[in-house]
Design a protein around this ligand. Structure first.
Ligand code: ADP
Length: 498
C-alpha cells in the first residue's frame, strides 16, 4: 500500500471517528437543547404563575382599597349620623328638628340634596318641611310634583319601607321620575314615622353622576328618618306636657285668685262679726252691770229687808249676772284678740311662776274633790318672752278645764319640756276624755262636746277658742290628744321669744 493509500485510509479512519464524535456531540447537543427547552418551559410556567399571582395581588389590593374607602365612608357616615341625631334630639321644636339637617352634614353622608315632606289634615297639598340643595323657586314648584307621586309615597309610609335608586325592586319609571323631579342621579327615600302626628318622607339625593350609593347609604338614611320620627314624637310629648303644665299653672293661678278673694271676703265678714260681737257685748255689759249693781244693793238690805224667797231669787240674779258678765267678757276678749286689737305686752318671765299661781288658785277646790295636781319641770327653766297675763289666761283655762272635766279623785299633771322650737307645755288629766271626731272642732268658738258630763258642767265653748288665739298670737301652736273615758292632754309650744 502506498503512502497515499495509507494516508487516505488514515484520513478515512479519522473522518469516520470524527463523524462518530460529531454524531455523539450532536446527540449530546440535542439532549442539552431539550433540557434547555424544558427549563425554559418551566421558567415560563413559573413566570406565568407569578404573573397570575401578581395580578391577584393587584386585584386584592384594589379591592382592599375599595373596602377601606367604603369603611371610611361608613365611619364618616356614622359619625355624621351620630352628630345629626344629637342635634335633632336637642330641640323640642318641630320646625327646628328639620332645620338641623344642614348641607355640610348632609354632604358628609354623601348627599347634596334632601327634602322632607308629608301630608296633614289641615292642608290639601303636601307640606315641605326640609329643602336642602334647592333654590326657593325649585322648592316652591315641588307641591304639584309630589301630589303626582302621592300614591307611591303613601305606600312607602304604609309599608314602613325605604327604597333607593339601586333597589332591585324599584319601579324603573318611578326611579326616572324621581331623578328628574329632584335632578339627582341616585337617591334614598325613607319614611319618618312618629307614633302620633303626621308621618312623612325623607329623600336624600346625589346629583353627581360619579356618586355610587350602596346598601350602607340606604341604611344611614333609614336611621336618620327614624331619628326624625322619634324627635317629632318627643317634641309632641314635650308640647303636650308643656301645655298640661301651662293649663295647670293657669288653673292654680285662677284658684289662688278665687281663694284669696274668698279669703278676703271671709276676713271682711269675720271683721264685721267681730265688730258686731264687740258692739253687742259692750251694749250688754252696761245693763248687766246695773242689773248686778241693783241686785247687790237689794241683797245688801240697804233699801230695806227682803223676804227670804226674794233673797234667794236675787242671789240667783246675782250669780247669773256674774256668769253673763264673764261670758260677755270672753266674747269681747276673743273679738279683740282676733281682730288684732290686743297688743301683747311682751316681757321676759319664768313659766314656773304662772304654773305655781294657777295651782294655788285651784288648791282649795282640788282638795275638796281629791284631785291631785303635780308638775314636772326641767331643772333649769329658761325665761320666755311673752305676754304674762295672756299666757296666764291660757294656763287658767286649760287647768280649769282639766279640773272641770275630771271626776273626783283624778289627777292633773303639768309638764314642761324644752324642745327645738321653744318650750312645750303638756297639761294632762285623767278625766272623761273626748271622742276622736270632736278633736278637730274643739278650738272653734261655741263648740262643746256632746257628752253626758257636759250637761252637768257649765261652759260657753269659748275658752279653748280664746286659748288658741292667744297661743297663735305668740306664734306658737296648740293641739290635743284624747280618748273617750281615757283622759286628755292639751299641749302647746311657745317660741322662746314670741
Ligand atoms: P267650755 O266652757 O265648754 O269648757 P271650752 O272651749 O273651754 O269651753 O271647751 C270646749 C269643750 O271641750 C268643752 O265643752 C268640753 O266638752 C271639751 N273639753 C275641754 N277641755 C276638756 C278636758 N280637759 N277634758 C274633756 N273635755 C274637755
Amino acid at each position: 500500500m502506498s503512502d497515499i493509500e495509507l494516508l487516505m485510509n488514515a484520513l478515512g479512519i479519522l473522518g469516520m471517528a470524527g463523524s462518530v464524535g460529531l454524531g455523539i456531540w450532536v446527540v449530546f447537543l440535542i439532549s442539552e437543547i431539550k433540557q434547555l427547552r424544558l427549563s425554559v418551559e418551566n421558567l415560563k410556567h413559573t413566570l406565568d404563575e407569578m404573573d397570575e399571582q401578581a395580578k391577584l395581588v393587584v386585584r386584592t389590593d384594589i379591592e382592599l382599597n375599595k373596602a377601606q374607602e367604603e369603611l371610611d365612608k361608613k365611619i364618616t357616615g356614622l359619625y355624621t349620623l351620630q352628630n345629626l341625631s344629637r342635634q335633632i334630639s336637642s330641640t323640642f321644636d318641630e320646625t327646628q328638628i328639620f332645620s338641623k339637617v344642614e348641607p355640610p352634614l348632609l354632604a358628609d353622608l354623601g348627599f347634596e340634596k334632601a327634602v322632607a315632606f308629608g301630608w296633614d289634615d289641615r292642608h290639601q297639598v303636601a307640606q315641605v318641611h326640609l329643602c336642602v340643595g334647592f333654590s326657593e323657586a325649585e322648592a316652591a314648584a315641588f307641591s304639584p310634583l309630589l301630589e303626582a307621586e302621592r300614591n307611591h309615597f303613601e305606600k312607602l309610609i304604609r309599608d314602613e319601607a325605604a327604597i333607593s335608586s339601586i333597589s332591585p325592586t324599584i319601579d324603573q319609571k318611578f326611579r326616572q321620575r324621581i331623578c328628574a323631579m329632584f335632578r339627582v342621579t341616585s337617591f334614598v327615600i325613607a319614611p319618618y314615622l312618629p307614633k302620633e302626628g303626621n308621618k312623612g318622607i325623607l329623600l336624600a339625593g346625589a346629583e353627581n353622576a360619579d356618586t355610587v350609593i350602596n346598601e350602607g347609604d340606604e341604611e344611614l338614611i333609614k336611621i336618620l328618618a327614624n331619628q326624625i320620627g322619634q324627635a317629632l314624637d318627643n317634641a309632641r310629648l314635650f308640647e303636650k306636657t308643656w301645655q298640661a303644665h301651662q293649663e295647670l299653672e293657669n288653673r292654680v293661678e285662677q284658684r289662688t285668685k278665687e281663694l284669696s278673694q274668698a279669703f278676703e271676703e271671709i276676713k271682711r265678714i269675720n271683721q264685721r262679726k267681730n265688730d258686731f260681737v264687740s258692739n253687742v257685748s259692750h251694749e250688754l255689759r252696761t245693763p248687766l252691770t246695773s242689773i248686778k249693781g241693783y241686785a247687790s244693793i237689794l241683797l245688801s238690805g240697804k233699801l230695806g229687808a227682803i223676804p227670804e224667797e226674794a233673797h234667794k231669787r236675787l242671789e240667783k240674779i246675782n250669780k247669773h249676772s256674774d256668769e253673763l258678765v264673764q261670758f260677755v267678757n270672753e266674747l269681747l276678749d276673743i273679738a279683740r284678740i282676733e281682730s288684732g286689737r290686743v297688743t301683747l305686752k311682751i316681757s321676759p318671765f319664768n313659766l314656773k311662776n304662772i304654773i305655781d299661781e294657777v295651782g294655788d288658785m285651784l288648791t282649795v277646790q282640788m282638795k275638796e274633790r281629791q284631785i291631785s295636781f303635780s308638775t314636772v319641770l326641767p331643772d333649769a327653766m329658761p325665761e320666755i318672752m311673752a305676754d304674762y297675763s295672756q299666757i296666764k289666761r291660757v294656763f287658767i283655762n286649760l287647768v280649769n278645764n282639766a279640773f272641770k272635766y275630771t271626776p273626783n279623785g283624778g289627777k292633773i299633771t303639768v309638764r314642761v319640756n324644752i324642745v327645738d322650737s321653744g318650750i312645750q307645755v303638756d297639761i294632762s288629766d285623767t278625766g272623761c276624755g273626748m271622742p276622736e271626731d270632736a278633736l278637730d272642732k274643739l278650738f272653734t268658738e261655741f263648740y262643746r262636746v256632746d257628752t253626758a258630763i257636759n250637761q252637768e258642767v257649765k261652759g260657753t265653748g269659748l275658752g279653748l277658742a280664746m286659748v288658741k288665739h292667744i297661743v297663735e298670737a305668740h306664734k306658737g301652736k296648740i293641739w290635743v290628744k284624747s280618748k273617750l273615758g281615757m283622759g286628755s292632754t292639751f299641749s302647746f309650744i311657745l317660741p322662746k321669744s314670741s
